[in-house]
Design a protein around this ligand. Structure first.
Ligand SMILES: Cc1cc2nc3c(=O)[nH]c(=O)nc-3n(C[C@H](O)[C@H](O)[C@H](O)COP(=O)(O)O)c2cc1C
Length: 442
């Protein structure tokens, strides 16, 4: 025994309690962790940017008297029938299979009431969604699940999915628990068996083939529908340029914060780039090709508020897409269901085992007892309200920057709070004129 005080026990930062728990889980089960949602680590994000607002050198607009428009045209490059949306916040592709039928209906109801579009997903077009969506984008995916040429014609636009931000280079998963009779029938799969989607599209091997595929789709749809190409945030400069070369009307760019229905945790957390780093590269590719605003850019991955919308647009996006935010608006992870989350061994706000299909909110499930709890009319109303608030927030900021349209926001309206965000977003570090990696000086 010594009289000297002991040094308090130290936890290792490298082998933290979280890391050790995952090692124990792996050791006990021998399987990797699958979950839904997006990256949970702290990443450079829109929170690291601020708007400068107006002062003597900039003239703000008056909120109650001066308009700030929010509409957007998508697909003006080649499509005979481009899409016109009232607001630049769209609903991202989320599969029927991952989501219940009533959840799909609610997305259609909410988006239509707010004047925007919804998107199908890896699993085909449901009547719930088509019937309630004023503007529906139909995904054409590597898995070809639910692919139907008649549905291509029933859609308002077509989104060729090359990748997703949560898993660029990886395919989707839908575990057997969620493959009900209806999901199996729509995907042409056996019931109750785990399914892993292809990571590569069987119809092309590179941009030249993709161009041919897109021409085929245009022929099938009489050159009417805008064709989007969705890419995960991996090499956004080259991928955007190649998407334009392949004939895209719209590029959809999804950063690594982007949600997924089910993927390996190691993939979600370790592959891809934050959306903040992706947008300027994609915009640069469009500008270098003389195609900025000619080919529209929709960005997604962790967009939550009107401030995020405004920042994405100031960096050069034409519109944004939301997945996780829309699900939370519908009622996902609601603390009112805490007792039920506890029974599943989790807590409200952290529930991400969407692949298990036991969602007490009735959103990420195919169990009739659970999805019949979800009210699509109420869910749709909540989503409409959320979209309305996001739009009002973005307008408030745009007016303060003196802009009469959200599209007039520009990088000049922004500054960054730290060097990482300044370098990634290509805007000056606050209080300086320094853009790291661009002009090299303060
Ligand atoms: C439940 C769920 C299902 C999804 N299913 C698909 C899909 O079928 N096809 C696809 O391209 N992306 C899918 N995604 C990704 C979204 O389209 C979008 O890229 C992402 O959710 C955007 O990021 P956010 O969730 O942070 O808003 C899914 C996302 C979620 C949350």
């Amino acid at each position: 025994m010594t009289d000297f005080p002991h040094t308090p026990p130290k936890q290792s930062w490298t082998f933290s309690n979280d890391v050790n728990a995952e090692i124990r889980r792996a050791a006990a089960t021998g399987i990797y962790d699958i979950r839904g949602g997006g990256s949970k680590r702290r990443l450079p994000h829109f929170d690291d940017l601020l708007f400068l607002g107006a002062s003597i050198s900039r003239y703000p607009l008056e909120g109650y008297r001066e308009k700030c428009a929010t509409d957007v045209w998508l697909g003006t490059r080649y499509a005979k029938k481009p899409i016109h949306l009232d607001i630049p916040v769209t609903i991202a592709g989320m599969s029927f299979g991952a989501l219940s039928g009533p959840a799909k209906e609610a997305l259609g109801r909410g988006a239509s009431a707010a004047g925007t579009s919804t998107t199908t997903g890896d699993g085909g077009m449901t009547e719930e969604e088509r019937g309630h969506s004023r503007t529906l984008v139909y995904q054409y995916l590597p898995s070809r699940y639910g692919m139907n040429p008649d549905d291509l014609r029933r859609a308002d636009a077509i989104e060729v999915v090359v990748g997703q931000g949560a898993k660029p280079g990886g395919g989707g998963m839908l575990l057997g628990q969620k493959i009900s009779d209806r999901v199996a029938m729509m995907r042409n799969l056996p019931k109750g068996i785990d399914q892993r989607s292809a990571c590569r599209h069987p119809d092309w091997t590179g941009p030249d083939d993709l161009e041919i595929k897109i021409l085929e789709i245009r022929e099938i749809t009489n050159w009417e529908k805008p064709i989007y190409i969705k890419i995960g945030g991996a090499r956004p400069y080259y991928d955007t340029a190649l998407a334009v070369k392949a004939g895209a009307d719209v590029v959809v760019l999804d950063g690594m914060q982007g949600g997924t229905a089910a993927t390996q945790d190691v993939f979600i957390e370790n592959v891809g780039m934050p959306i903040l780093a992706c947008i300027p590269q994609a915009v640069k590719a469009l500008q270098d090709l003389g195609m900025h605003r000619e080919v529209q850019l929709i960005v997604s991955g962790g967009i939550r508020t009107g401030a995020d919308v405004a920042k994405a647009m100031a960096l050069g996006a034409d519109a944004v897409a939301i997945g996780t935010g829309a699900l939370i608006a519908l009622g996902d992870n609601d603390p009112a269901l805490e007792a039920e989350y506890q029974k599943l061994g989790t807590t409200a706000g952290a529930y991400d085992d969407w692949h298990e299909g036991r969602d007490p909110a009735g959103i990420t499930t195919q169990d009739p007892a659970l999805f019949s709890r979800f009210d699509p009319i109420l869910g749709g109303r909540r989503l409409k309200n959320y979209l309305k608030v996001m739009t009002l927030e973005a307008q408030t900021i745009a007016r303060a920057c003196g802009k009469n349209h959200l599209h007039n926001l520009e990088p000049e309206d922004l500054c960054a709070l730290n060097i990482e965000a300044a370098a990634m977003a290509g805007v000056p570090l606050a209080g300086t004129s320094w853009i790291p990696g661009r002009n090299g000086t303060f």
